[in-house]
Design a protein around this ligand. Sequence first.
Ligand SMILES: [Zn+2]
Length: 402
Amino acid sequence: MQRCDALARHSELPGGLTRVFLSPEGRDAGEAVLGWMREAGMQAALDAMGNAVGRYEGVRAGLPCLMLGSHLDTVRDAGKYDGMLGVISAIECVDALNKQRKKLPFAIEVVGFGDEEGVRFGTTLLGSRALAGTLAPEVLEAKDASGTSIASALREFGLNPDRLSNVKRKKSEVLAYAELHIEQGPVLEAEGLPVGVVTAINGFSRLRVALRGEAGHAGTVPMALRRDALAAAAECIGVVERVAKNVPELVGTVGRIEAKPGAINVIPGEVLFTIDVRAPVDDVRVEAVDELRSLISNIAQRRNLQLEIETLQQFRSSACAPWLMEQLERAIQAQGLPVRRLPSGAGHDGMAMKAIADIAMLFVRCKGGVSHNPAESITEEDAAIGAAVLFDFIHEFKPLSA
Ligand SMILES: [Zn+2]
């Protein structure tokens, strides 16, 4: 808990927590984590994508690893446990092994991913996608709000984007990927349970919509002659909400909107907004996105606006591996706790890691299901239970082939 507090002080937001990819605060947080990894007996360094990676060798050097991790970047005005708790808990587990001078028949690697939230460059899971080798080189041309590309940000940070292929891991090097994370939802709290086992991570689609009409004087252009892009966007947002409400387990959000030119006395000529759609079943999500595209296109046509819809990113839902879930469940039972299985509505690094390894996730109860918010909170008891379950899982871990 103290380490979560310590990491939260590396923030660009005075009095709060904002820490984006490849920022000075990100560097400081990464350095702190690398220091803790070394104290826990690990070899630790930043990789070429800015992930903090620590390795604890097994009974002999060079064995394949059980990979544990989570992310060190945050959303804007974030809480201090989303991501960081998973990294710190994993380091604590290795530290406990190291203090017992215990080596396992496999190596352990702990990764603090540099980017999961995607706040700076609008594209998520950069750290874990690089590690899984699924990051297309053109993604590095994505730019932040100030026009800096990922490639140049990496260079400014002192990393070499040309070395990115070195970050990629082979399937044979990673026995499994397991992540501890706060639930970010209210299910465990409602049922009085400190931890739960994730069954699958919901898939998502992210779109950027541009509507172009005509800017004009707010006083002189009659209503009937207007091509108001923002009024059209308002209709579109209503459609997103209605479609999402009509389909069970589907959620849809317009989280960002920009109107140009953005003056009180000018009819907005251009509007950009984003849509985020998620569901546990991929077909349901894809169908909803198709429906949204056609409804939004109708609105644009009726209002005589130009429309562009761009798919920014989509991810299929990611099932957790039953053999890993069973091992996590045994670790939960070993703490004398009942097992609760639940899906994850939020995206996680496991979605990317699934390309090279089977994945598992352990959820820890958080207060009120609140995350992405400074009010995010967990109890010391639950943090301890989560770490104890994770330790037991690591200690008893049996690879699939064994
Ligand atoms: Zn997270």
